[in-house]
Design a protein around this ligand. Structure first.
Ligand SMILES: [Mn+2]
Length: 414
């Protein structure tokens, strides 16, 4: 099926325009700022390959969250060049434009809910701006793959990376990947890069290049990127995208998983012993530094893991805070005092959100974040994250509760 088969022509048109813009870029160097999970790593791998084919040398910067001081440092260091943000920053275009102040050309290629910006230098390419759910139908890897493949024919060899990114973001949660992710999966199958296997009620995608299933590869990449974030584990993940995994790396992943599991057990113990605070709409906790040296995506993974455990209330939003380390491996030390917040929902509440009976985290978290002057960045309906200043946690919870009160009242009126 050609891509024209998809209904959203504006989206396809924008992709072609964006492709033209990238092809015509006359610089010699590009900076790729990417997220540290499987989707972010695969996105960076796809884009760096494209840059290589376009004769652009590349600097890769892996960050966990977009923050104005990180943006400031990057744009200072690479003034006059092109900075590509991927698998993050969709909602941060305005802040980036302000900090950038015309210094760099900025391309934001993201699939999280986004806000576009009127700017001469900052361009946002995000399916959410066209009414296509980036949470369900397009991973950042799929987006980068489609864009890259329309710029350079050789990029078709990397369709398998898009499949891994989609699975990494759980876009197969309904039993198989859908929409644009599906389109790319079909392409990978046609090109002999992937095979679809049905196990029970669910599809699994066998990736020829890795001689392994996409979910297994995605978990390895995310583990390297998150648990070994401080040690730049994502670099090993990026390398594996083109060279495969050697035995040493596979063993390292196993050790990292043990570290993660132990830390998570400690946190569960803490929650079961008074660490969980119950509000009217939410249940929340603060892990402080106990997940260190894991990156702050750990608190999101932790929320995901515990969300249906019996000690949690099944009708309340789960909110977890983790202190952000001051050290960003690819950039250096930062003078900031911020906490990461991750939100998830138990299954019963998830169903109500998806049926439109309860507000999603994509509404509540940005609303509460704005109240405390933070930056909501990656927010989906049933999974979301944000950064706020340390010390504002209590205010955030209050703002979240108020937003929930308001939104539930609105929904019951409709
Ligand atoms: Mn993603």
């Amino acid at each position: 099926m050609p891509m024209d088969g998809f209904l959203n022509h504006d989206f396809i048109k924008k992709m072609t325009q964006m492709g033209e813009m990238i092809k015509e870029y006359s610089g010699e160097h590009a900076v790729i700022v990417h997220h540290n999970d499987a989707d972010g790593i695969c996105s960076a791998a796809i884009l760096s390959k494209l840059c290589e084919l376009l004769d652009l040398s590349v600097n890769l910067i892996c960050i966990e969250k977009v923050h104005s001081s990180i943006v400031e440092t990057i744009h200072n260091r690479y003034e006059g060049e092109v900075v590509i943000y991927t698998d993050l920053a969709g909602l941060a275009a305005e802040m980036i434009d302000k900090v950038n102040d015309g210094r760099c050309t900025v391309w934001i290629i993201d699939h999280h809910p986004a806000k576009s910006v009127e700017s001469e230098t900052v361009f946002v390419f995000d399916p959410e701006l066209f009414g296509v759910s980036g949470d369900t139908f397009v991973s950042a890897s799929t987006l980068n793959y489609l864009l890259s493949a329309c710029i350079h024919e050789k990029m078709k060899s990397y369709a398998y990376l898009a499949v891994i990114g989609s699975v990494g973001d759980y876009h197969d949660r309904s039993g198989g990947v859908l929409g644009f992710d599906r389109f790319v999966l079909d392409e990978a199958v046609d090109l002999g890069q992937a095979k679809i296997k049905i196990e029970g009620q669910k599809e699994r995608y066998y990736i020829q290049f890795f001689d392994e299933f996409a979910d297994v590869v995605a978990e390895r990449l995310t583990t390297l990127g998150v648990v070994a974030y401080e040690k730049k584990g994502y670099r090993k993940g990026l390398k594996a995208c083109f060279e495969g995994f050697d035995e040493e790396t596979i063993n390292e992943v196993e050790k990292l998983k043990e570290i993660r599991d132990k830390k998570f057990e400690e946190a569960i113990y803490m929650l079961r012993n008074g660490g969980l605070h119950i509000e009217k709409y939410s249940q929340w906790f603060h892990v402080g530094d106990i997940f260190s040296p894991m990156g702050v995506k750990a608190v999101g993974e932790f929320c995901q893991m515990i969300k249906d455990m019996v000690f949690l209330k099944e009708d309340r939003y789960i909110l977890g805070f983790q202190n952000c380390p001051k050290y960003v491996p690819d950039i250096g030390e930062f003078e900031w005092d911020v906490v990461k917040l991750s939100g998830r929902v138990p299954l019963a509440l998830e169903k109500r959100i998806l049926m439109g009976q309860a507000p999603g985290l994509d509404v509540l978290i940005p609303a509460a974040t704005e109240e405390v002057g933070g930056i909501a960045d990656a927010t989906h309906r049933i999974a979301a994250a944000t950064l706020i200043d340390r010390g504002m946690e209590g205010y955030f919870i209050r703002a979240f509760e108020e937003a929930a009160e308001r939104e539930f009242a609105r929904l019951s009126k409709d």
